[in-house]
Design a protein around this ligand. Structure first.
Ligand code: PEP
Ligand code: MN
Length: 344
């Protein structure tokens, strides 16, 4: 439920409404839609008397949020949310690029990758230390050793680090090292993990599940938000369809739809989304053109030797070329010619 205060309603009136909500057993969340204070009511509002709230001084309107995802909805929070990762703003004016290898493999590999992606203009470094693999016989990640190497790469380059956490048991340890906790597609509905993420003071990168609807994805974000962590970045990473020429089908429909339904930033992972190296730059540009707030791209110093996802990883030269085009597109979206030229 949302209470819209009158334009210019005094702090005292806002506080009185907040106190009334608390006395009804609800939590509150304050926002501003550019004109007036919006008070979001969190909790079970089914039995709340709308007229009672309407009668409070300074209240302009009381509306029930029609979406099942309340705190993630744009109704609840009309302005775009910006998630801060150090000095990097995800959801701000400029698209943010996160890049690095699928897995952290060795000290040399992650340091080399970190320097390369930084030189090409990436703002954050990715690298998996805990890997969700389809086969138990595949490389499972260097685990804490990998996190230490990522921290060393951050030290060397100044890039904030993004790495996956797969279960609540390892969450405190992973959260100690990383700047953004990545929740993989396979864990999007690990509800126990999602609830724990609500208690963590680190931004969450929530990937869309392999066969999750947009609503299921937003409901997973709702778990994290309602448990107390407002810093959620959504990541479209492709869904499973009948198509076999690509690893997944990158659902760029989701970008404008989710940005309409929700205030949360949305980034796109074309590496997993299409799964074939030579198509990744085209889908990166398409994602930015569709309005994505950023990209997460797999880049490896030597993709042929990668222990995971080499087939979809760009080499540093390819990444640099892609970044040049992304920058042109991001800077010139208001003119007609430049995006076309960026494809050349
Ligand atoms: C990854 O980012 O390397 C990864 C495993 O992604 P996803 O969870 O989207 O498959
Ligand atoms: Mn990968």
């Amino acid at each position: 439920m949302i209470i819209r205060m009158e334009n210019g309603a005094s702090k005292e009136r806002v506080n009185a409404v907040v106190e009334t909500a608390h006395s009804l057993g609800l939590k509150t969340h304050l926002a501003n839609d550019g004109e007036a204070t919006i008070i979001g009511l969190i909790g079970d509002t089914r039995h709340i008397d709308v007229n009672l709230l309407h009668r409070l001084a300074g209240v302009e309107d009381v509306v029930r949020v029609s979406r099942p995802f309340k705190m993630a909805s744009r109704e609840f929070h009309p302005e775009n949310s910006i998630v801060h990762v150090g000095s990097v703003q995800v959801g701000g004016v400029e698209p943010v690029v996160i890049a690095g290898p699928c897995s952290v493999e060795s000290r040399e590999q992650i340091l080399e990758a970190a320097h390369q992606v930084k030189a090409a203009g990436a703002q954050l470094l990715r690298g998996g230390a805990f890997k969700p693999r389809s086969s138990p016989y595949s490389f499972q990640g260097l685990q804490e050793e990998g996190l230490k190497l990522l921290a060393e790469a951050r030290e060397a380059t100044g890039l904030g680090i993004v790495s996956e956490v797969m279960d609540p048991v390892n969450l405190p340890m992973v959260a100690e090292y990383v700047d953004v906790l990545q929740i993989g597609a396979r864990n999007m509905q690990n509800f126990h993990l999602l609830k724990e993420l609500g208690k963590v003071n680190k931004p969450i990168l929530l990937k869309r599940g392999l066969s999750a609807t947009i609503e299921e994805w937003l409901m997973s974000a709702e778990y994290i938000l309602s448990a107390g962590n407002p810093n959620v970045i959504l990541c479209e990473r492709g869904i499973r369809t009948f198509e076999n020429y690509t690893r997944n089908t990158l659902d760029l429909n989701a970008v404008p739809v989710v940005k309409d339904l929700s205030h949360l930033p949305v980034i796109v992972d074309p590496s997993h989304g299409i799964g074939v190296r030579r198509y990744v730059p085209a889908m990166s540009l398409a994602a930015i053109a569709a309005g994505a707030d950023g990209l997460i791209i797999e880049v490896h110093p030597n993709p042929e030797q990668a222990v995971s996802d080499g087939q979809q990883s760009l080499n540093p030269e390819e990444f640099e070329m892609m970044m040049t085009k992304v920058n042109i597109l991001a800077g010139k979206t208001s003119t007609a010619e430049k995006p076309v030229a960026a494809w050349a």
